[in-house]
Design a protein around this ligand. Structure first.
Ligand code: KG4
Ligand code: ZN
Length: 325
């Protein structure tokens, strides 16, 4: 089954073609980062307009690279939520028009489910699966007992972890998106600054990152007011290790409670070196779990993950492959 995936929920215009949820036939991503950098974050109006300008070219490029024509495609899969509404509408309109014009069924995909399925490109799922989603807009723990069954165990009550990284990076003078730059600084520092670890005991699998973000901002302000130097690498390491500690502890606790076999990390922050290392070390001590995370390209937004999710959603809905109709 060949699925065409479309992703425009934020600042990437992406179209991909994937066969049987595994074989990538083409993968086109046009990133708008340079247009948002100067504003320190994604400007929704700018994002929608860039999607409008690029969507048709990206569609055509994906088909040409895969050497396929519309008649070869079994299903169209498109991100419909969550995301910026103006951006989502561009992908949604393009995908539905293409599907309608070529008589192809079209399935709606939740962007976060797409992030989870980015793991399937390189690894099969061993159920029960626990997914830690860490992106710019979301931080969630999701339990999956089978394909395309999602049970939300907990989520952030305020900032998403990627958002905290971006805001902390911004006050450190780093450009958007700052997460990867904070990660790089953290690799050469020491954990010297004491920052709050927020566990929210009552909601065991919920998260909160606004406290640690504010603590970093206050620390920088206080040092500046007193004219005291601050070691930016050490601050990045202290922030990263504190955040990672909470993410890893809660994931491990949920993995044990729900007796999962497979822990998955997904979303932009799954690219984080500290999180990969710490989660890897902890899981290595627990032979009952395996750990996977996508390669760096498939941690951040792309359309391959939407096509893979579309493959499983089509199966769940009983949509047949074209020549089986
Ligand atoms: O999943 P994604 O591409 O977009 C959303 O769906 O939100 O995630 C983007 C987020 C940004 O906040 C970015 O700063 C963060 O992922 N990010 C990282 C790293 N790479 C990307 N955060 C920490 N460490 C990284 N290496
Ligand atoms: Zn995303």
């Amino acid at each position: 089954m060949i699925v065409l995936g479309v992703e425009t929920s934020c600042d990437e215009t992406a179209v991909a073609l994937v066969q049987n949820g595994k074989t990538i036939l083409s993968d086109v991503v046009y990133t708008q980062i340079k247009f948002h950098e100067k504003y320190g974050g994604v400007v929704p109006e700018v994002a929608s307009r860039r999607h409008v300008q690029k969507i048709l070219t990206v569609f055509e490029e994906a088909l040409i690279k895969a050497n396929l024509s519309p008649k070869d495609i079994d299903v169209v899969a498109v991100t419909t939520n969550p995301g910026l509404i103006g951006s989502l509408l561009v992908g949604l309109n393009a995908a539905h028009t293409f599907a309608y014009a070529n008589d192809i069924p079209c399935v709606d995909i939740n962007h976060l489910h797409g992030h989870i399925y980015a793991n399937y490109i390189e690894s099969d799922f061993h159920f029960p699966v626990l997914a830690l989603i860490v992106s710019g807009g979301h931080t969630e723990l999701i339990l999956m007992r089978d394909h395309y069954e999602f049970e939300l165990l907990g989520q952030t009550l305020d900032d998403a972890v990627g958002e905290a990284y971006d805001k902390v990076g911004r006050v450190m003078g780093l450009t958007y998106p700052a997460g990867v730059k904070v990660d790089r600084l953290a690799q050469s520092g020491k954990h010297t600054y004491s920052l709050p670890l927020v566990y929210l005991d009552k909601n065991r699998y919920d998260f909160s990152f606004s406290g640690i973000k504010s603590a970093v901002l206050n620390l920088i302000n206080t040092h500046q007011m007193k004219n005291e130097p601050i070691n930016i690498e050490d601050l990045a390491t202290s922030f990263q290790e504190s955040v990672v500690q909470v993410l890893v502890d809660k994931t491990l606790q949920a993995a044990q409670e729900y007796k999962v076999s497979h822990i998955i990390m997904a979303g932009g922050v799954a690219a984080n070196s500290g999180l990969r290392k710490k989660m890897g070390e902890v899981v290595a001590c627990h032979k009952e779990f395996i750990l996977t995370y996508p390669s760096l390209r498939y941690c951040t937004d792309n359309a391959v993950m939407i096509a893979v999710a579309g493959y499983f959603k089509a199966q769940k809905l009983g949509i047949p492959k074209k020549n089986q109709k």
